[in-house]
Design a protein around this ligand. Sequence first.
Ligand code: UTP
Length: 300
Amino acid sequence: MKGFLQLQTTIRKCLFPAAGYGTRFLPATKAIPKEMLPVLTKPLLQYGVEEAIEAGINTMAIVTGRGKRAIEDHFDISYELEHQIKNTTKESFLTEIRKVITNCTFSYTRQIEMKGLGHAILTGETLIGEEPFAVILADDLCDNADEGVLAQMVKLYDRYRCSIVAVEEVPLEETNKYGVVAVKKMDDFGEVDNLTQSNASALSEEMLFQVTNMVEKPDPKDAPSNLAIIGRYILTPDIFAILKETKPGKGGEIQITDALLEQAKQGKVIAYKFRGKRFDCGSVDGFVAATNYFYKKSEK
Ligand code: UTP
């Protein structure tokens, strides 16, 4: 891990690639961005932004595309609406989003052609610059009681200063939906910083691995493991230079997995089995499961 010590310590920015077409949710996503579909009363993207805030991040960088204006309007004040509901009981419905708008800055850039997640992340370079950053795919909705998934990863970054992917064990027959990692024990990773006792106790050895290989959407028979990458990443800024050289891969898209593999070859990628639940809200089944879960939670 030498050579990475000079990297900035804190993660200040979170990138939200949100330019995809969301075809699995047509016709709902014909005019509404997938990231704006609500679980209960809150859009998926707002859950993601709140997770980033909990991780200590207040600069949100969003990669949008055509037909995604609703995203910018959501993270802005609606004077007419505010005026209408002022001093009524309904005012409280806007409390959470007001807090988000007041505490964060939002910047946007457009991905002109949908050339894949890797390409969307590269498009975000102009908003991120030369610093390590977090990535949240808002259609992967995560929840954890004591500490959000991104907050867990930011702490790990403080310790190891390298790219980190959140992984989850999936049934082998589902590996063809994910980027899948091959891993080994973390034996040759130096620590940059010691975790405090309370943070360290939340981690066990079985949660952290060094990534040795990555395959995008492998057939179960070719999958190197059943550890699938979900929509949470911490990336070091050298990823941009790598992405510029990355050729289209699986599905003709520029894959972030292919770029991460280049970092992994230098021993610079950690896979983290996070604490918490994850719902694939890009699929109807996952979306319904998330809705039921958050509804039950809201009743408590
Ligand atoms: P998905 O693989 O879920 O694709 O992208 P999608 O287009 O959103 O949805 P389907 O498969 O057609 O239903 C994963 C994440 O990457 C973003 C998406 O917005 C989503 O957050 N993405 C993907 C981009 O921003 N640009 C792309 O070119 C592709």
